[in-house]
Design a protein around this ligand. Sequence first.
Ligand code: SF4
Length: 419
Amino acid sequence: MSCIEHKTTPSAPGAAESRDYNPFDEMEPRAPLKTPVDRKNGKHVKANAIPPQGVYLPNNNILAPHMKSPEYVQLSTAAAITLGIMGGRMYGCECTRCLNLLLTYPEGCRANCAYCGLARHREADRDYADRNFIRVDWPAVPMTDIIDIVSKDAANSPFHRMCISMITHPRSEEDTFTVLEQWTDRIDPDAIPVSILSNPTTMTRDDVQRTKDLGADIFTVALDAATPELFDRTRGKGVQSPHKWSKYWEIMLQARDIFGPQKFGAHIIVGMGETEYEVLNLVQELVDLGGHSHMFCFFPEQGSLMDHLPATPRDQWRRVQLARYLIDYRDVRVEKMRFDGQGRVVDYGVADAELADVIDEGIAFRTSGCPGKFQDDISACDRPYGDSPPSDIASYPFAPKKKDMKRIRRQLDIPVTLE
Ligand code: SF4
């Protein structure tokens, strides 16, 4: 357990208000099914031994080739479109500003996180390279092809940042170092800074240091769950997964020492059963440590152990987005805010006029993550539609327009102020 005190919501005085949040008791993941022996550990892909031949598009009626990092990585559909590797258009955005890379192996990720499309239990019915992750496909591409394209003109690249997502695999650290080294050998990290989305379970302090020495700029830890109980239920013992809350905090605090203030952070998924009070206290703890929170709205990923559960109600999500932005970027403290008996925000701790300004700016409702080149509170990592469909946007990958702002205000139940 870390030295951090994690606050829980004061008990509710029998309130029977209408449900506009996802409560803990109803967000129970289903149990993983047993995997047939011939599909365990990517056996099937290794037995087929199909040699990779450049770009592999998932779910294309082609058997998944035997691809692995560091030679191959997977990248988000948005990054593949931006790089020109795939055709397609994204609602409201021309490109993504973050080149998200994912290590890949036939065995896939060896963890079993309940909300994740990459989780181990999926080997029963889908090869790793064909699994959806944050709602989209991840084509596999030779790392050298990606570097060749970006290095042609890194200074004018649409990408403001590159991010390597480690997964839980015995080769994850070594291959992250190799991918990072290959990138920084040919692309100036000042032109396109690099973030590491780490896998603390298999990492040591020396590993964290090495990512910094090889040129990484920001180090993040995907806590994902906002409380130790939720973490255990969705990423630990509850789903036969190896992760431990204490180990995640240990690596995050080491990253804080090594990378310094504003250069580390944690991913948090909102709406998996924590209260708004709990998640915002965590946001405050991260700010007090000198870090940032990167927020995701829970979406029931198809094929995951939580795919039968409701997405986060938009009112819960908007309240948390707004309060998190105030804590992260406007020096408002969680102690200034007020919560009801079920932990929901009822007062943001700022004057109405200031609150109206922050809402109208719209930045609070955009995707949050590591910064790009526009300004500190605008994330390069815009993950278009990674946590919602375009028809009901949770995190806006673009500056919300007038009609979006009207909708956001309705969801917040804060009427438009007259000018
Ligand atoms: S460790 Fe990461 S990639 Fe693996 S199952 Fe968990 S969330 Fe998914």
